[in-house]
Design a protein around this ligand. Structure first.
Ligand code: DLZ
Length: 186
């Protein structure tokens, strides 16, 4: 399990595509680069991926299984991605822990900036709405938070302003797509 707390933001430097697979080379910040090696499993935009190569500060992932269930196909060179490495053995993950299994792709419906927080309205795919309600935790691009309100299929989340600089939430705009992990499926 991961904590659902983003530790750094990477920038996509290279994408190579074939029919059923993409290799994404991501420039890693120093603090995370020093903690990963080939075969490390970590979260990229909330999706559990395996490091296949590291060259300098660029870390490569092959996206195959996750290609049709996540937003990687929407990303371009220059896109920012949220990063989290696996907690060390024995570290307590606590409420809101993420597995990295993305359950669907959601559309951003609206973003409202207030003085001390910002609200993001997310149109959750119908296939997932049966399993979520207000006050449930949800993972959006690897950020675990509580849903504040739920109206039909639209989940509203109030994020603290500091997440604008510490995650890729600042890149979101209306109609952007995000990875969704649902935490309570029972
Ligand atoms: C679980 C997993 C891991 C560890 N590594 C990869 C990977 O390197 N590339 C990939 O495409 N998928 C991986 N997966 C599975 C994905 O996490 C899973 O397919 C998505 O989360 C499902 O939406």
């Amino acid at each position: 399990m991961f904590k659902g707390i983003v530790q750094g933001v990477g920038t996509i430097k290279k994408i190579s595509k074939s029919d059923d697979r993409q290799r994404h080379g991501i420039i890693f910040p120093k603090n995370i680069l020093q903690s990963v090696e080939v075969n490390s499993v970590m979260l990229v935009n909330g999706c559990s991926l395996t490091v296949v190569r590291i060259t300098g500060n660029v870390v490569y992932f092959d996206i195959d299984q996750a290609l049709n269930t996540t937003t990687f196909d929407w990303l371009d060179v220059g896109s920012k991605v949220n990063l989290e490495i696996h907690p060390k053995f024995g570290v307590t993950v606590g409420r809101g822990g993420l597995t990295g299994q993305i359950k669907g792709i959601a559309n951003i419906n609206n973003i409202i900036k207030e003085d001390d927080y910002f609200q993001v309205f997310i149109d959750i795919p119908k296939s997932l709405t049966d399993n979520i309600s207000e006050r449930d935790d949800i993972g959006i691009n690897g950020i675990s938070t509580c849903i504040d309100t739920m109206s039909d299929s639209i989940a509203c989340i109030n994020y603290p302003l500091d997440l604008l600089s510490s995650t890729n939430l600042s890149m979101l705009e209306k109609d952007s797509v995000v990875n969704v992990e649902i935490l309570n499926e029972w």
